[in-house]
Design a protein around this ligand. Structure first.
Ligand SMILES: [Zn+2]
Length: 192
């Protein structure tokens, strides 16, 4: 979660920055050309300016970069409704909206199952049960058996988010689920 504390005035110090980071705008590892610091909390709240594209990158007092670069993947044959949702998940991740990303990952798996069923015609429909979609993907060998643990996490954590307001999925879990989604998209749309 983004955290700021603005109890004191900003004290602009346009100093040459000596730290490197990945600019969200040009996806380049850069050394900031200068930065504006907020002195409170050891100056961790700061804005760094990219020497390559001039975009400002904001960091909160936990040293979290507010907008991170995300890789939207290189998909050309994925249906538009699936691709749009995939990109929306990337946007959630770029601003650390992890719960939103996690819930949308579940929705995306359901979309993919329904879309894949258009060829098989088993009658899988929108608005069904999440377990049903997972079972469909498993029964039709769209998942490798070694991914079962991760899939089980999506199922369980989806319930945790719905019923426990304080629950936060790990970033690592989200990253591994994104890899599963990308695997499904590449295997079922790009390489055929
Ligand atoms: Zn840049």
């Amino acid at each position: 979660m983004v955290k700021f504390d603005f109890r004191e005035e900003w004290k602009p110090s346009f100093v040459v920055a000596d730290e490197t980071y990945i600019c969200y705008n040009c996806n380049t590892t850069v050394c900031a050309k200068f930065k504006i610091k907020y002195e409170y909390n050891d100056g961790r709240q700061r804005i760094l300016f990219c020497p390559s594209c001039n975009a400002p990158s904001v960091f909160d007092y936990q040293n979290e970069q507010i907008i991170k670069n995300v890789d939207y993947g290189n998909f050309n044959k994925v249906p538009e409704n699936i691709l749009n949702l995939y990109r929306e998940i990337c946007d959630c991740i770029s601003v650390s909206a992890n719960r939103g990303a996690f819930l949308l990952l579940r929705t995306l798996l359901a979309y993919i199952a329904i879309e894949l069923d258009k060829d098989k015609q088993t009658g899988l429909k929108e608005g069904g049960n999440f377990t049903e979609y997972i079972k469909y993907l498993e029964d039709n060998s769209f998942f490798l058996p070694n991914l079962k643990t991760h899939i089980e996490k999506i199922r369980k954590h989806g319930g945790d988010i719905a019923h426990k307001p304080s629950f936060q999925p790990d970033r690592e879990d989200i990253d591994s689920l994104m890899k599963i989604i990308e695997f499904l998209l590449h295997n079922n749309y790009e390489f055929i």
